[in-house]
Design a binder for this molecule. Structure first.
Ligand code: TRP
Length: 337
């Protein structure tokens, strides 16, 4: 049987260059590996945990689906679906909830960070503003993963704990009801680029320093020109190792181009020129994708069709598997079926 890889993308935002370089591009490259079966899904139930704005969740689902397709994800090769189209996932999530120690969830980073924040703000209630969705979110994530018997889950460092929890929950279930679940492994790509944003900190929605992936060409140029730099004069040598302009250039250039650009920095290049080179490099890669994106985003029915076909494929796996799980836990017909 092929190894299975699974990736979930929470539908709360608009994808940016950091998402593209750090997650989308490598994931699509990996999906072309014939020895693997890849699962990609839009985690819209996860989006509900931090976002109660219906328009935003809806729009983000469309944008993310269009982005993945525009960037080259081939829905015929992979299983590409929307979480909420698979009712077996929330059902499994409940079953797992009943096998998960509350103490395990007490230790989840996302929850603990909120409690810490409440303490800093000297709130009387340490759980102020914390929903059960946030508290038990690692269980929903475990259901996403265990449902499709994923072997590996590529994640950022912040998600490693969730994978450990998924393994914990799966082992407990297997021990009690029989070996139904595959224990998933986190795959953390240390080499994988983490892009700096406009202000030099990690590019992230929460810092408001992102460059959206599919803005019009002019806007892309304008944003890249805003990247923070030092104020050395144009002819002064620049240190490529500490420049986020150079770092971003490297995420889009091959080794030879990187070497050549490094020499130009060391010889002295003006920041305006360095940024123009950066813009041209990025734009050359993004232009065909942007054209496809703009085309797709105008055809939501077409994207919906693709997602429905994906859901069909996913449910061919999740329906019989959930049936087995129900049998194992004693939720089954009284007539012997
Ligand atoms: N929690 C993940 C994030 O915030 C998204 C996600 C939901 C996910 N379910 C998943 C990732 C299952 C991997 C596997 O990035």
């Amino acid at each position: 049987m092929k190894k299975r890889v699974l990736t979930g993308i929470t539908t709360t935002g608009t994808p940016h260059l950091g998402n593209y370089v750090g997650a989308i591009r490598p994931a699509i490259a990996a999906s072309n590996n014939p020895e693997m079966l890849s699962f990609y899904f839009l985690a819209d139930y996860h989006a509900l945990i931090k976002c109660h704005d219906p328009e935003r969740i809806h729009r983000s689902t469309l944008e993310l689906a269009a982005t993945w397709l525009a960037c080259g994800l081939d829905p015929n090769r992979v299983v590409f679906y929307r979480q909420s189209d698979i009712p077996e996932i929330p059902e499994l999530s409940w079953i797992l909830t009943c096998m998960t120690a509350k103490g395990l969830m007490n230790r989840a980073h996302a929850y603990k960070a909120c409690v810490d924040q409440n303490q800093i703000e000297k709130s009387k209630d340490p759980d102020k503003g914390i929903t059960m969705g946030l508290f038990s979110y690692p269980i929903l994530m475990a259901a996403d993963i265990l449902m499709f018997r994923a072997n590996t889950v590529p994640v950022g460092k912040d998600q490693i704990q969730h994978l450990e929890m998924a393994r914990d929950i799966a082992s407990r279930f297997n021990h009690h009801f029989g070996e139904l679940f595959v224990l998933p492994e986190a795959e953390v790509d240390e080499k994988c680029a983490v892009l700096a944003g406009l202000d030099g900190r990690k590019m992230s929605k929460s810092y408001n320093n992102t460059v959206p992936l599919f803005v019009p060409e002019k806007k892309l140029r304008k944003l890249l020109m805003k990247i923070k730099t030092d104020s050395l004069p144009p002819e002064a040598p620049k240190d490529p190792a500490t420049s986020s302009v150079f770092e971003m250039y490297c995420a889009f250039a091959d080794k030879k181009e990187q070497e050549a650009m490094k020499n130009r920095y060391l010889a002295g290049i003006g920041w305006g020129e360095a940024k123009q080179e950066l813009f041209e490099k990025i734009n050359a890669e993004l232009e065909p994708l942007r054209n496809r994106y703009e085309d797709l985003i105008e055809q939501p029915e077409k994207i919906e069709d693709i997602l429905q076909q994906g859901a069909k494929k996913a449910r061919q796996l999740s329906q019989p598997f959930l049936e087995k799980i129900r049998q194992a836990i004693g939720i089954r017909g009284l007539n012997g079926s």
